[in-house]
Write a protein that binds this ligand. Structure first.
Ligand code: GTP
Ligand code: MG
Length: 303
C-alpha cells in the first residue's frame, strides 16, 4: 500500500508541480483576486484537470474565505479537499459476489492496459481463493492470446482460447459455457481494442454481449473500460465514444506511474462521471489498487 502510494505520488509529480506553482503565485500575491484565480485555473488546466473541472474547482476555491496569514500548506490542503470532493462520487466497490460466474468484459483502445489489468485483478481474486478463467476474445492478434496465456499461468487462471481469427463472439459463447461447467467464480473476457473503425468495434462488442447473454442472461455483470492516463484529455473522449458504442459500468485508469497528465479524472468527473474501479501504477501484479479519491487528490497536490 505504501509502495502503491509512493508510485502514484511519483507518477503525478509533474501534475502536482504545475498545480503547486499556480498555488505559489496565489500565495505570493496573498489574495484570491480574479487575476490570481485565473492563473491558478491555467495551472490546473496545464496539469490536465481539464477546462470544465478547472472552472468548477476555481469557483469553489474562490468562494472560500482564508485568513490573511494563511499558510501555503493550508491553501494546498484546501485545494486537495476540493479535488477530493469532486472525485469522491467516482469511488466504486468491486465485488464479484452477486453472480457465479461473475462475468467481467474488458474494453478499451489498443495498448490501454486491458490484458495487464485482467492479469493483475485475477491474481488478487485467486489469492482470495476464487476460481478464475480468461476468455481470449482478441482472436486477431496471436500475441494478444499469448500475452493472456502468460498472465493466466502467472495468476493461476484457466485461459480459453480459439483458433486464430476465430469468431470472437462464438469463442465467448463456448468459453462461458466451459466456465459454467467448471464452476468458475469469475470470468474475464479480454476483447480487441481496435477503434479505427467505430462501427466495426460496436458490432463486435454488441455481438459478444448478445451471445454471452444466451448463456447467462445477466452477463456481462461488469463492463470495464480501461484508459491510459498518459493520453490526457483524449481519455475523456474515449469515455464518450465507448459509452456510445457499448454499455460502460466503470473505468480502470492505468499508467498513473508515468503520467504527466494525472488530472484527467477531474475532467471525467465533471463532464462524463463514471465510476472508477481501479487505478494502475505499473506493470507488476501489485501495481493495481482500488480508486481512492482522497489518496488521488492528495497525490495530485504532492501531499
Ligand atoms: N507503466 C505502466 N504500464 C502499464 C500499466 N498497465 C499496463 N501497462 C503496460 O502497457 C502496455 C499495454 O498493456 P496491455 O495490457 O497489453 O494493453 P491492452 O489494452 O491489452 O492492449 P491491446 O491488447 O493491444 O488492445 C504493456 O506493456 C503493459 O505492461 C500501468 O499501470 N503502468
Ligand atoms: Mg490486450
Amino acid at each position: 500500500m505504501a509502495n502503491f502510494l509512493k508510485k502514484l505520488g511519483f507518477g503525478l509529480k509533474k501534475s502536482s508541480e504545475k498545480i503547486n506553482q499556480g498555488l505559489a503565485d496565489v500565495f505570493t500575491k496573498r489574495k484570491l483576486d480574479e487575476e490570481t484565480l485565473t492563473a491558478l485555473e491555467d495551472a490546473l488546466i496545464e496539469a490536465d484537470l481539464g477546462v470544465h473541472a478547472g472552472a468548477r474547482l476555481i469557483e469553489a476555491f474562490g468562494n472560500k474565505r482564508f485568513e490573511k496569514d494563511v499558510s501555503p500548506q493550508t491553501l494546498k490542503e484546501a485545494l486537495a479537499l476540493e479535488i477530493e470532493k469532486l472525485l469522491e462520487p467516482l469511488e466504486a466497490t468491486f465485488s464479484t459476489e452477486k453472480a457465479r460466474p461473475y462475468v467481467v468484459l474488458a474494453v478499451g483502445v489498443n495498448g490501454a492496459g486491458k490484458t495487464t489489468t485482467i492479469g493483475k485483478l485475477a491474481t488478487k481474486l485467486i489469492r482470495e481463493g476464487k476460481q478464475v478463467s480468461f476468455i481470449a476474445a482478441d482472436t486477431f492478434r496471436a500475441a494478444a492470446v499469448e500475452q493472456l496465456v502468460v498472465w493466466g499461468k502467472r495468476a493461476g487462471a484457466r485461459v480459453f482460447t480459439g483458433a486464430p481469427n476465430a469468431d470472437s463472439a462464438g469463442l465467448c459463447f463456448d468459453g462461458l459455457k466451459a466456465a459454467l461447467q467448471a464452476g468458475d467464480d469469475v470470468v474475464f473476457i479480454d476483447t480487441a481494442g481496435r477503434l479505427q473503425n467505430k462501427n466495426g468495434l460496436m458490432d463486435e462488442l454488441q455481438k459478444i454481449v448478445r451471445v454471452i447473454q444466451k448463456v447467462l442472461p445477466e452477463a456481462p455483470h461488469l463492463t470495464l473500460l480501461t484508459l491510459d492516463a498518459t493520453t490526457g484529455q483524449n481519455a475523456v473522449s474515449q469515455v464518450q465514444i465507448f459509452k456510445e458504442i457499448a454499455h460502460v459500468d466503470g473505468l480502470v485508469i492505468t499508467k498513473l506511474d508515468g503520467s504527466a497528465k494525472g488530472g484527467i479524472l477531474a475532467e471525467i468527473a465533471t463532464t462524463c462521471p463514471t465510476p472508477v474501479y481501479f487505478v494502475g501504477v505499473g506493470e507488476q501484479i501489485d501495481d493495481l489498487d482500488v480508486f481512492c479519491a482522497k489518496d488521488y487528490a492528495r497525490s495530485l497536490l504532492g501531499l
